[in-house]
Design a protein around this ligand. Sequence first.
Ligand code: UFG
Length: 344
Amino acid sequence: MKKQILVSGGAGYIGSHVTVELINAGYDVIVADNMSNCDMTCYEGVKKITGKQDIPFVEMDFCDYGAVEKLFTDYKIDAVIHFAAFKAVGESVVKPIMYYKNNLLSFLNLLEAIQKYGACNVLFSSSATVYGETKDLPVTESTQRLPSTSPYGNTKQICEDILRDTVYAHPDIKGIALRYFNPIGAHPSALIGELPRGVPNNLVPYITQTAIGKRKCLNIFGNDYPTPDGTCLRDYIDVVDLAKAHVAAVTRMIEGRMKEDYEIFNVGTGCPISVLELVTTFEKVNNLSLNYQCVERRPGDVMAIWADTTLANQELGWKAERTIEETLKSAWQWEQYISQKENK
Ligand code: UFG
């Protein structure tokens, strides 16, 4: 019997890529999503890519405990990958209560149901944001977490702690937190990718929307940082590589190969790239010219952060494989696909 994985937020950007890789690896997947930040595009894309038409899809909200319980009575679930959360840093500063309520309650409901319905493995989607403005670069999993600069980041720290404490109290629950660096790009089929609502906050969707003409000009936030070219440094991880890290982590849990009941892994490339380098690489690989200007620093941005990926490489047997060129090509192909679809 195939192992069944529940993917909360499975119709979203990262959730849909993870669903594809889980199915490719031989798992059955149940997708659950409240559709608050996506439409059916990626779910339909997943079915096309995998050729699997019968992927269970449950439209529900993890803040509704009854709906969460129903998942566990309807399905035998071996592991949960939890993505369902709000994720806009700036919005979280303006609407902290909404962020705390949604991101914490949904996770607590999930863990409460797991505790009631028995043994389960939990993979939590965390973020490099938990390291804050660290000077300790590259960051390892034991680099101290610094106080968060946003309610969003704080929810990631709190959820990590909730998972750790739950695992220690309940020996039949195992947990892994994956700390993502900057996920970018799209599936090589261009059938799934990032679908930001409104004006994108993140760099790559802003770049692709500028290239296609939806935005007039990309603002590069700050070119006076003490970095080689004055712009911020980040560790951009391809979304398909990131998805494969989830498969490796879930398999480690299911096969009982964990060294501790709660583990943390950085998921990045280990290679810092500047904003300007990313922009010029995008121009080069896609053979186009982007309208951009350098403007003031964006409040709250850390100057530089990138991962030490040794632990994930050794323990998960995983490493980032796609080149930044391939990734930026895929981001552009996805933007073209989605724009064509919108204009139909
Ligand atoms: N940037 C621009 N112009 C833009 C958008 C971004 O210059 O229009 C710059 C930012 O200043 C930053 C870099 O591009 O230097 C990356 O910015 P993103 O907004 O794409 O990503 P962040 O590194 O700010 O944040 C991301 C995720 C967060 C997560 C964080 C962890 O969006 O969810 O990484 O470090 F918390």
